[in-house]
Design a protein around this ligand. Structure first.
Ligand code: PLP
Length: 367
């Protein structure tokens, strides 16, 4: 790949947002404290993960530690959860359109009939969901409510309440996936779906990848005690037990306040990148912007490609910008044929100059 090509590809944290030195110190301290035991198999038999880490996560989310299973990254939690909720049943699953691509693929792999609910500037179109519920109630609705991957859209407070009302009325589960939730650069944090749940069943997926380190591979799922044990049994059948060393380091990082400090540092580092990215999309692509994200890693746009999607992506690459096809962010059965394409523009790992060069090249490829 030509190094001059601007790549709008993955949501990898910038290396500056990972507290490597402090993590090395915590690793040394964890080894000194726990000794050879850290290098033995962690326990098996419905093991939910490092008890100290679960205590820390429970405090962070005001949850019961017995409701938390810690996994090797939250994608693994999603895979275990999909296996548990779908068991190859062919049940319906509703996701946002666009949605996190890997989530859609996981649900499809576990036999879900995945279809999307259109995403608006304030979250999924609930009139559309309501209509769809009259025809079929899904096993679950999957949402990334804060600074969504891939669009940057946040589900509004009013829609959070309405979605939960529908979940309680029709009896479906809501999975909220919240890895970006703490990375708010402007405005007030909204309550999470689990905080608002009342009569609805909400399962929360969390991750330390974007607030501490993706290399530690610490993800978790917060559900209820029975589901947590069920998922733990499934996890043992796949990888015996999770990585004890990483969990011990993560427990120290949370307990010492490093995660809280690092969230502040990451926000300060990313805020100018976010602001510059929004300005450059507004000036080069105008009303293609789906929403001003105010947090997270991504800006989402809907553009008129004026041609077949593949021809447009080739033209953009020729102009020096590599883009992921928007159809990747939809269920496989919904490949778009129209000339409007969704595009995800991650801004977190680029300087403002690099980002705006990419957006200008993108704009030039549209005409
Ligand atoms: C919405 C969403 N969920 C889950 C993940 C997976 O994160 P993890 O590193 O915890 O596996 C990502 C990673 O980018 C993500 O954007």
């Amino acid at each position: 790949m030509n190094p001059d090509v601007v790549q709008f590809s993955r949501g990898v944290p910038p290396i500056e947002a990972i507290p490597a030195r402090e993590l090395a110190e915590h690793t040394e301290a964890a080894v000194a404290e726990l000794g050879p035991r850290l290098f033995q198999y962690p326990p098996i038999g419905r093991y939910l993960g490092d008890p100290t880490l679960r205590e820390q996560l429970a405090k962070r989310h005001d949850a019961d530690p017995d409701h938390i299973l810690v996994t090797n990254g939250s994608l693994q939690a999603l895979d275990l959860l999909a296996a548990h909720l779908l068991s190859g049943s062919g049940a319906a699953v509703y996701v946002e359109g666009p949605t996190y691509d890997r989530a859609a693929r996981i649900f499809e792999r576990h036999g879900g009939r995945v279809s999307s609910i259109p995403l608006e500037a304030d979250g999924m179109d609930l009139a559309d969901l309501r209509e769809r519920l009259r025809a079929e109630v899904p096993a679950f609705v999957y949402t990334v409510p804060d600074f969504q991957n891939p669009s940057g859209v946040t589900l509004s407070l009013a829609k959070r309440g309405e979605l939960l009302g529908l979940a309680a009325e029709y009896g479906f589960t809501v999975i909220e996936d919240i890895p970006y939730r703490d990375l708010r650069f402007h405005g007030e944090t909204l309550p999470s779906l689990s905080e608002l749940a009342e009569g609805a069943r909400v399962i929360t997926l969390g991750s330390l990848s974007k607030v501490l380190s993706p290399g530690l591979r610490i993800g978790y799922v917060i559900s209820d005690a029975d589901t947590a044990l069920e998922l733990a049994t499934r996890s043992e059948g796949v990888y015996l037990s999770p990585v004890g060393l990483c969990q011990a380091v993560a427990a120290r990082a949370l307990g010492s306040g490093l995660v809280t400090e690092n969230v502040e540092r990451a926000r300060d580092f990313l805020r100018p990148r976010h602001d510059a990215a929004v300005r450059s999309v507004q000036s080069s692509l105008g009303d293609a912007l789906m929403a001003v994200p105010d947090g997270g890693y991504y800006v989402g746009v809907r553009v008129k490609t004026g041609s077949d999607p593949d021809a447009f992506l080739d033209r953009a690459l020729g102009a020096g910008v590599k883009l992921i096809s928007g159809s990747a962010f939809y269920p496989s059965t919904e490949k778009s044929t129209v000339d409007t394409m969704f595009l995800r523009l991650p801004f977190q790992a680029m300087t403002p100059e690099e980002f705006s060069t990419g957006v200008e090249r993108l704009a030039a490829s549209l005409s």
